[in-house]
Design a protein around this ligand. Structure first.
Ligand code: AMP
Length: 380
């Protein structure tokens, strides 16, 4: 039996294991938390990233190591890479851990980005604001996710408050993009350089956290071709192996790069039921150097995230085409505890199912923008 080591034991590791177990794969998950939710479906090694003995043990037991969490320290990834196969490679991980190196790389591969500047001190923030202008977004360069470690600056008076909150960390200031849509491309690359991408996904965020994803997006073929070309260039530049996501803003008809995730991604959860081969199975196929699976969509899908607490499972289960996912995590504000994917043959039928589900759950606000996009697409 081939065995995959996963650093990080959250829902992504859990869904990777759930994709691999029926294919005969074994797993060993490493996480600092003894109650990490992947531990319910796979053996869990409870240890910190600096525990060399645990890393050594993982390396000895597995055929390949991979990540459910991009902020694993570069030293831990390098240590493992000296002892077993590691995909994606530690360099890809390191670049995507730092928003400054990530945006610099995007520019180098020809992916346009919002104007940005490094900010290291309070005077540096004023310099960056003078160059970039307002509105702007100040972000921590590292360890930011789900909108954490960010402040939007709308007027000159906002600089002090943003600095008071985020100052002391290496920062980046970006121009605020008044985007028309947020989209992401989830793609996968094999060690031999084979590249496949899923249909472009449209995403809606609330307070910086993904709320809903729709794929495929009707009438978006030209943007999808652009996004896929950027994703391929990025993967080739990084010699990337595995699944990854590239998050983009659509602004004035073109795409701007926001960030990449060097792992399976929340905006690809719909692929479990909505694509021929899921992002999770394709990640495993890639890191094990097996033939990649078909990334085509089966009909139309919408993924709804459950943040903080789960809604009524019965209402989801009673909806035709709906699939319920509970990560087995305790409820906590801002925590991703599960999701549902609603599938249908096309945008019109999906809009109907989604509107009914939103009503049944009392979550009209979460589904409304997605229903509106589907109805616009389905209109003659
Ligand atoms: P991030 O952690 O960079 O993905 O940011 C989380 C969310 O904040 C994004 O999905 C956007 O909705 C929003 N956001 C981040 N950066 C910008 C920006 N430069 N302009 C406008 N919105 C942004």
């Amino acid at each position: 039996m081939q065995k995959v080591g996963i650093l990080g034991g959250g829902q992504l590791a859990r869904m990777l294991a759930l994709a691999g177990i029926p294919r005969g794969l074994g797993f060993l998950v490493m996480d600092g938390a003894a109650d990490a939710c992947a531990g319910e479906v796979a053996p869990l090694l409870t240890a910190g990233w600096d525990d060399r003995e645990a890393l050594q043990r993982l390396a000895a037991e597995v055929d390949v190591a991979t990540f459910d969490f991009e902020n694993v320290p570069a030293e831990a990834a390098e240590f493992l890479a000296g002892r077993t196969r590691v995909h994606p490679n530690p360099r890809a991980l390191a670049i995507s851990q730092d928003r400054l190196s990530e945006k610099t790389l995007f520019g180098e591969i020809g992916l346009p980005v919002p104007p940005f500047a490094a900010v290291d001190d309070r005077a540096g923030l004023d310099d960056a604001l003078a160059r970039i202008g307002l509105p702007a977004v100040l972000k921590t360069r590292r360890f930011g996710y789900d909108g954490k470690g960010q402040a939007v600056l709308r007027g000159p008076g906002d600089a002090d408050a943003a600095w008071a909150r985020l100052g002391g960390h290496p920062l980046i200031l970006e121009g605020f993009v008044p985007f028309t849509r947020e989209v992401s491309v989830v793609a996968v690359r094999s060690p031999g350089g084979e590249f496949r991408h899923y249909p472009l996904t449209r995403n809606w965020h609330v307070d910086g956290i993904l709320s809903a994803s729709l794929a495929p997006v009707p009438g978006i073929d030209a943007l999808e071709r652009q996004a896929a070309a950027h994703a391929r260039a990025l993967a080739e530049r990084l010699d990337y192996v595995g699944t990854f996501a590239l998050e983009l803003f659509e602004h004035e008809g073109r795409l701007l790069g926001n960030e990449m995730a060097p792992r399976v991604h929340n905006s690809g959860h719909w692929t479990i039921e909505g694509a021929v081969c899921s992002q999770f199975e394709n990640h495993l196929r890639a890191v094990l150097d097996l033939p990649l699976g078909d990334t085509a969509a089966r009909g139309s899908s919408v993924m709804l995230n459950w943040i903080g607490a789960l809604p009524d499972a019965r209402a989801v289960l009673a909806t035709p085409g709906a699939h319920w996912h509970d990560y087995g995590k305790s409820a906590r504000p801002d925590r991703k505890v599960g999701h549902a994917t609603v599938c249908a043959d096309g945008p019109g039928a999906l809009a109907e199912r989604l509107a009914a589900l939103g009503h049944a759950l009392g979550r009209g606000a979460q589904v409304a923008p997605v229903v509106a996009a589907l109805l616009a697409a389905a209109a003659p």
